[in-house]
Write a protein that binds this ligand. Structure first.
Ligand code: F6R
Length: 610
């Protein structure tokens, strides 16, 4: 979603800010803007569209933007359409305060009314302008004090960076519920909503905590809460390096990340498997592992792709650890008055660790006394910090908007957790050894799927003009069917539905018409014969059947119009292999249709609003 970059130092601010905005482009946005303090006051430039459009606008009079202090933003519209007037930075009506803001000020209408009664005139529909105006209204002679006072009146979520016309050399940043980091460079600060905009300059940084305000100046920084009580931030080394967030030889981040999956999975598994002892080592679970093992019920929650991973993990935990599980959309869990008993464990799954719905569900579960665990990729993210314990994915930064390697990491961590809990309940050492040995070999199987990218491209080319696709699977591959459909629709804009293969005949079968592509995820497994039955139902109605099938499965051949072969493995691990084939189907469909795979329309990488 929205992205923030701020700079205070000795270098020209504009190139640093624009480069930072480009690093944040993957998050999804519809307008961009920048404000620089110059010798003659603030210079603000905003434009609808990509950062390139902002650059083009700036290009006409870039000399006017000389200065070594500034703030910049990419906006994903919430309050008000994408328009120049609604883009950030937003200023107060005396142009004394400039603000960039991620998040939503929930009581902005009440605040706006009060400010209008005091004579303030608004020029945008944004909640951010209200915040700028409020800070301006409360400003006496100190920006930090005014920001603290304004934020005491605000409800909602925010990450902000503020500049004040009469306080050169000072930036004030603050956070509640939306991430913000301060990078500590050599005699300079780079503030950003995402470490990818910082790592090119420094690896040293700290994340602001909720309700923390940070004042940055040439003399240094200080952090405090909204009542000016000092808070000490934890400075850390960012683990991300530039190579991880650059394309290299790949045309898109999504393809790069699909190809990275064998290595990403090796990183997820490294040091966590002891095949000799049939043991899983999860340091993150040390303190609360017992709660998981003794749980009477596990609720897995997340959104989108993470929710699909939860469905796979539900099957794994029930099969291997025999713990009753259920999967709930975080957005539903939060508002449905959920039952949380003493022995309920909530597992929140999230790549970004910042998804607002998942965060809110977690807060609700915590408030009701549940033990909370996280399966998270982004280290130090809000969800990672809020949970009692958890296991990181370690798949590296995911830049492509369509989640790929995070799904593989989530399912793999779910498998590790299931074996961990299973061993402490009813899984034999022999069974555990066998599973862990096989899991260790899955990265090599994924590499074989990835190697088929070119042939999957050719197959997809035959069907890419079709506007409606079905994805069907059973058991462990039912969530994979959902994931395949989501991947296809989000980047190629083809309408796709995923469902359990048996569900099709309860209604959706009416959709099937001559030539409609129906993708069956049907590796060898306990329900193989049943899937073949469902395939026949589709073929009898003219559907074109594309099967993701195991190597060596000859039985499938007469039933399929097209086959994508994947290496055979145990049913329980098959989603780690079959999903990769569907990621490639979606990727090639989108590219063949001419879409920008890494910046799909309307989508944001990290959904930080409810
Ligand atoms: C789909 C996708 C989204 C995310 C969802 C949750 O490709 O990326 O569906 O999976 O928005 O995001 P995280 O995992 O960051 O909580």
């Amino acid at each position: 979603m929205c992205g923030i970059v701020g700079y205070l130092g000795n270098r020209p601010a504009l190139p640093v800010l624009l480069e930072g905005l480009k690093r944040l482009e993957y998050r999804g946005y519809d307008s961009a803007g920048v404000a620089i303090r110059t010798a003659t006051g603030f210079q603000v430039c905003r434009e609808v569209g990509k950062v390139a459009a902002l650059e083009a606008k700036l290009g006409r009079d870039v000399a006017q933007y000389a200065g070594s202090e500034g703030i910049a933003h990419t906006r994903w519209a919430t309050h008000g359409v994408p328009a120049e007037r609604n883009a950030h930075p937003q200023c107060d009506d005396h142009s004394g305060i400039a603000v960039v803001h991620n998040g939503i000020i929930e009581n902005y209408q009440t605040l706006k009314k009060a400010l209008e009664q005091k004579g303030h005139v608004f020029t945008s529909e944004t909640d951010t302008e209200v915040l700028a105006m409020l800070i301006g209204e409360l400003y006496e002679d100190d920006l930090e004090t005014a920001v603290q006072a304004a934020l005491r009146e605000v409800t909602g979520a925010y990450a902000i960076v503020v500049m004040c016309e009469s306080e050169p050399g000072v930036l004030v940043a603050a956070r509640k519920g939306s991430p913000l980091m301060v990078g500590l460079g050599h005699e300079e600060f780079i503030i950003a909503s995402d470490p990818s905009a910082i790592v090119a300059h420094t690896q040293q940084a700290f994340a602001l905590e909720d309700f923390t305000v940070c004042r940055l100046s040439k003399e240094g920084y200080r952090t405090s809460n909204l009542h000016n009580v000092p808070v000490t931030p934890k400075v850390m080394q960012l683990e991300m390096d530039l190579e991880q967030i650059e394309l290299g030889d790949f045309p898109h981040f999504m393809l790069k990340e699909i190809f990275e999956q064998p290595e990403a999975l090796r990183n997820t598994l490294r040091g966590r498997i002891d095949t000799d002892r049939g043991e899983v080592i999860l340091g993150g679970l040390e303190l609360v592992g017992r709660d998981l093992v003794r749980a009477h019920r596990v609720v897995l929650t997340g959104q989108g792709t993470a929710w699909h991973a939860a469905l796979v993990i539900e099957y794994m935990l029930e099969e291997l650890a025999r713990i009753p599980c259920e999967v709930q959309y975080a957005s539903e869990f939060r508002y449905r008055n959920p039952i949380v008993e003493d022995e309920t464990v909530i597992v929140a799954i999230s790549q970004s660790g910042e998804t607002a719905d998942t965060l809110a569900a977690l807060e609700e579960a915590k408030m009701r006394g549940a033990t909370t665990l996280g399966i998270v990729n982004a280290v130090g993210s809000s969800i990672a910090r809020l949970t009692d314990a958890g296991v990181y994915l370690r798949v590296g930064p995911e830049i492509g908007v369509a989640s790929t390697k995070a799904f593989i990491g989530q399912v793999a961590v779910g498998a590790l957790m299931s074996i961990y809990a299973g061993r402490r309940r009813n899984l034999s050492i022999e069974a555990s050894r066998r599973l862990l040995t096989e899991l260790n070999g899955i990265p090599d199987l994924i590499a074989k799927v990835v190697a088929q990218s070119a042939s999957i491209h050719d197959l997809v080319a035959k069907y890419v003009s079709q506007e409606n696709w079905l994805f069907l699977g059973r058991g462990y591959n039912y969530p994979v069917a959902l994931e395949g459909a989501l991947k296809l629709k989000e980047i190629s804009y083809i309408h796709a539905e995923g469902m359990p293969a048996a569900e099709m005949k309860h209604g959706p079968i009416a959709l099937i018409h001559d030539g409609m592509p129906c993708v069956f995820v049907a590796p060898l497994g306990s329900q193989h014969d049943k899937v073949i039955g469902n395939i026949q139902e589709v073929r009898a109605r003219g559907g074109r059947v594309i099967v993701v099938a195991s190597e060596g499965d000859e039985e499938i051949v007469p039933h399929a119009d097209e086959i994508i072969r994947v290496p055979a493995c145990s049913e329980i691990f098959s989603p780690l292999v079959t999903t990769v084939a569907l990621q490639l189907v979606a990727y090639h469909a989108a590219v063949l249709r001419g879409h920008d795979v890494d910046k799909p329309r309307n989508l944001a990488k990290s959904v930080t609003v409810e």
